[in-house]
Design a protein. Structure first.
Length: 205
């Protein structure tokens, strides 16, 4: 999708939202007048709801770091009750908001988005349907990750208590080396003693 087409879509989308907002206000007015006249409302409450999402400014993401711009896109969608987005939707929103990619190739730009979303798992979370949201939207997932990290840390602590730390090993190593050296010296001394006995018939003094 070209930048011009994406911006046109966002512009028309914003106009539709404005019309929906005006229509919702008119429906509320009709329901209010019905109440004054002692009549039931003509429009159910559910039909009065609008997403309230405003159109993207052409410079909304201009000059922003990629991770910041992607977060802004997702936060904006959440405010409009649109929720997670796939890579293509995030890309279209960034282009409409003036973000400048390092490449002019659309597929390469989307591949870069995918890599950034995947690597930054402390901020972004991939859903099973392939969409991406902010990890903070899913506290249960965050707690599960923290729990796994705590278990890993505990296992490492237990290993250190059982086998000792590297520093303990380094401190013990010289004593072990000395013991081995003394043992080898005794062996060598006995060997020389046997050789001298065999040659001279007497033990060396």
């Amino acid at each position: 999708m070209s930048e011009h087409v994406s911006q046109t879509i966002q512009m028309i989308h914003g106009q539709i939202r404005d019309l929906e907002r005006d229509l919702s206000e008119k429906k509320r007015m009709v329901n209010y007048l019905c109440g004054l006249a002692g009549q039931p409302p003509l429009y159910p409450e559910s039909s009065l709801e609008t997403s309230g999402i405003r159109p993207i400014r052409s410079d909304e993401y201009y000059g922003q770091p990629l991770a910041t711009a992607m977060r802004m896109v997702l936060e904006r969608r959440q405010a409009g009750n649109l929720g997670p987005a796939n890579v293509g939707e995030i890309y279209d929103a960034l282009v409409a908001g003036g973000y400048k990619f390092d490449t002019k190739n659309q597929e390469n730009a989307k591949r870069g988005l995918y890599n950034a979303l995947t690597k930054n798992s402390t901020t972004f979370h991939k859903l099973q349907n392939g969409g991406y949201g902010l990890l903070e939207w899913y506290p249960g997932v965050k707690e599960a990750k923290n729990s796994r990290a705590e278990k890993t840390a505990k296992i490492q602590d237990d290993d250190q208590e059982t086998f000792g730390t590297d520093a303990d090993a380094d401190a013990a190593e010289p004593e072990e080396v000395k013991a081995v050296e003394k043992k080898e010296e005794k062996k060598e001394a006995k060997h020389k003693e046997r050789e001298a006995t065999a040659v001279g018939g007497k033990k060396p003094r």
